[in-house]
Design a protein around this ligand. Structure first.
Ligand SMILES: [Zn+2]
Ligand SMILES: [Zn+2]
Length: 638
């Protein structure tokens, strides 16, 4: 029996889960865990909501909630969604949990005592008007790398480079728009540079990792820099030392320690963390690679005596029409919305065969519906249903098999091959290939039954026909096991229809007998109208805010377009809009408008437009929707 520890990236509690999370880091470990449990291995699978950090405090402030109220909402929603999707965590915790805080503080103090954490003076931004420090997302300014005007204090969204807030050129407080001052402050740093040799040794037998994960990690090791692990903040895990009340432990140090803190909720945690034979798998998205292959291993090495990651099969991204899903931009297909309309298994199937294992993969509703209807329903569902209904009708229960012919023997061989191939793929974390292998067995079953034509043999050779259906039932039983890690709801239902319960992995290769109960189709066709898709897509989470037009210019290359500068309260946005026919420039200046603010900026005839204003259009006239004057710019529309 093996011991397998499955660590899953902590979803951030600043918005609903979207399909990108499921395909990237939540479904793969669930398939893996379910498989290993069926094999009889000991599995511990943990994760939780990542509830600290400035995106959370910032959004909570905007909504007039406390950070706690804000994260409670999304944590509960995450738990609900994960349950409905069948993501089978042994524990899904949260970083605001008391025990977690203790474990993080113990990690901090131990590394401090051993000299892997040290204090260093540096500068940080302070807004004198708001009387507060401005970490990360509390500040915006010009990117020092690409000159993008609205780079955030932690990252430039344009060029993707990570930043420190004090590197921004002409920074401004996001709250009051004034320029903050640089003040000296002390932070704690993790001495990553001292782990270079140990990390290099650790990586020596990791050539079996996904190529990009391996390469990325090796490059990082070359340029290891110490990193600050504290921030001037009030929301987060407290520093367990006197005199640092204005600082908190930085969110990434906090979150990775969650793998250990959740494990410690179990009395047997040491079996997984101290037994050298236990293998640790970390399922994450590619944006999290350095935290799991450099920083967390360094922390564990510094702490001492705990197992390091064995494999980190990071996935690429699921995209929507070529662009990334994003919680903060509110752009994606949201799991709660999906689950209102559909069953979990069709999604699990679709994301299994479209998993972004080696490259970004685009999600499309048309493809989702096509694969559900043409493969899940027409191949897998159809094979199973025709076998079960024919057997029930003609034999009542599963018939015995008599002398198998060559074709029958081929089937048994094929079942064995399907198992060994699927096993091999799952163990290598190649879930896409594993799911395809399962589907191939269903295709094979369909060909076998067509060739045998039991609807003919039933009339002349009932015994021979019984053998055929017995062999078909072997395939069905095998499928009920093989599909289970991917499609647990349907797998369970199928096992119960053929008189079994909780079959182990190897049970799928054994003979079949018994009663047939409550036969019903496992999958159903999806017919979906455009409207429903839009609902589930971005329009469900559209963000509307009030803006005021400050300036209007004519578009240099388009007759009908104006370029508007719009005051959105905390920022100015440029919109390009087709209003020239209906409005004079001076009619627009000073007008309050409604802006859709969470769309991806787009170029209109060469000019960037960051948002869309709402207007009514009857085919002849375009009329702007305009709220009353007394509402503040930036106000949300509910
Ligand atoms: Zn940049
Ligand atoms: Zn300010």
């Amino acid at each position: 029996m093996e011991k397998i520890f499955i660590a899953v990236a902590w979803p951030y509690a600043n918005g609903s889960l979207h399909l990108g999370h499921i395909a990237g880091s939540l479904l793969p470990p669930d398939i893996f865990a379910r498989y290993h449990r069926m094999k009889g291995n000991m599995v511990l699978m943990v994760s939780g909501s990542d509830e600290h950090g400035t995106p959370i405090t910032l959004e909570a402030e905007k909504q007039g909630k406390t950070p706690k109220e804000f994260v409670d909402y999304y944590h509960n929603e995450h738990v609900e969604c994960l349950k409905k999707l069948g993501i089978s965590f042994d524990l899904f915790s949260r970083t605001t949990n008391k025990n977690h805080e203790k474990v993080v503080q113990d990690m901090f103090l131990t590394l401090l005592k051993k000299g892997y954490i040290y204090k260093k003076k540096g500068v940080a931004l302070y807004c004198d008007k708001c009387k507060r420090w401005l970490p990360d997302r509390y500040v915006e300014g010009k990117c020092p790398h690409c000159n993008f005007e609205n780079a955030r204090g932690d990252q430039c969204e344009k060029c993707g480079k990570t930043l420190n807030a004090d590197e921004l050129i002409s920074p401004r407080c996001k709250n009051c728009n004034t320029e903050p001052e640089k003040r000296e402050t002390e932070q704690f740093f993790l001495k990553l540079s001292s782990f270079k040799k140990q990390l290099t040794d650790y990586m020596k037998d990791k050539k079996f990792w996904k190529e990009n994960v391996y390469r990325f990690t090796m490059n990082w090791i070359k340029n290891l820099e110490d990193r600050p692990i504290t921030r001037n903040l009030e929301w987060g895990v407290k520093i367990p030392l006197e005199g640092y009340d204005d600082k908190r432990i930085y969110v990434w140090f906090d979150a990775v320690t969650g793998y250990l803190s959740t494990s410690k909720e179990f009395s047997f945690w040491e079996d997984f963390w101290k037994d050298k034979n236990t293998k640790h798998y970390y399922f994450i998205g590619k944006d999290n690679i350095p935290f799991h292959t450099i920083i967390w291993p360094s922390m564990l090495l510094g702490y001492g005596g705990l197992n390091l990651p064995y494999n980190v099969p990071a996935n690429e991204f699921l995209t929507l029409k070529g662009e990334g899903f994003s919680k903060s931009r509110k752009r994606g297909i949201w799991v709660p919305e999906y689950l209102k309309e559909f069953e979990p298994d069709p999604l699990r199937y679709y994301l299994s065969v479209n998993m972004p294992e080696n490259r970004d993969v685009d999600f499309s509703w048309d493809d989702f519906i096509m694969k559900n209807n043409n493969v899940l329903v027409a191949t897998l569902g159809n094979f199973i249903h025709r076998v079960l209904t024919f057997t029930k009708k003609n034999f009542e229960k599963i018939p015995e098999g008599y002398e198998p012919d060559d074709l029958d023997k081929d089937v048994l061989k094929k079942i064995g091959e399907s198992f060994s191939k699927t096993e091999k793929y799952i163990e290598k974390c190649e879930f896409k290939n594993a799911m395809k292998t399962v589907m191939e067995l269903a295709q094979f079953g369909n060909r076998y039954i067509d060739e045998k034509a039991p609807w003919k043999s039933i009339k002349e050779d009932k015994k021979g026909c019984g053998t055929t259906m017995h062999v078909c039932m072997r395939i069905v039983k095998a499928l009920s096991v093989l599909m289970y890690p991917f499609l647990p709801f349907s797998g369970k239902k199928l096992q119960s229809m053929i008189g079994y319960k909780n079959l182990g992995w190897d049970d799928g290769k054994t003979d079949v007998k018994g009663e047939l109960n409550n036969i019903a189709p496992l999958f159903k066709k999806i017919e979906m109208e455009e409207e429903k898709m839009l609902n589930i897509e971005d329009f469900a989470k559209i963000e509307l805010r009030v803006g005021e037009i400050k300036n209007v210019e004519e578009h240099p290359d388009a007759e009908k377009l104006y370029i508007l500068k719009v005051d959105m309260g905390d920022e100015e946005r440029q919109l390009v809009a087709g209003l020239k026919k209906d409005y004079k420039k001076e009619e627009l200046v000073g007008k309050k408008i409604v802006v859709v603010t969470n769309l991806k900026p787009a170029k209109l005839r060469g000019i960037m437009s960051d948002g869309m204003l709402l207007a009514a259009d009857d085919g002849k006239t375009v009329a702007i929707l305009s709220p009353d004057k007394n509402v503040k710019n930036g106000a949300r529309i509910r």
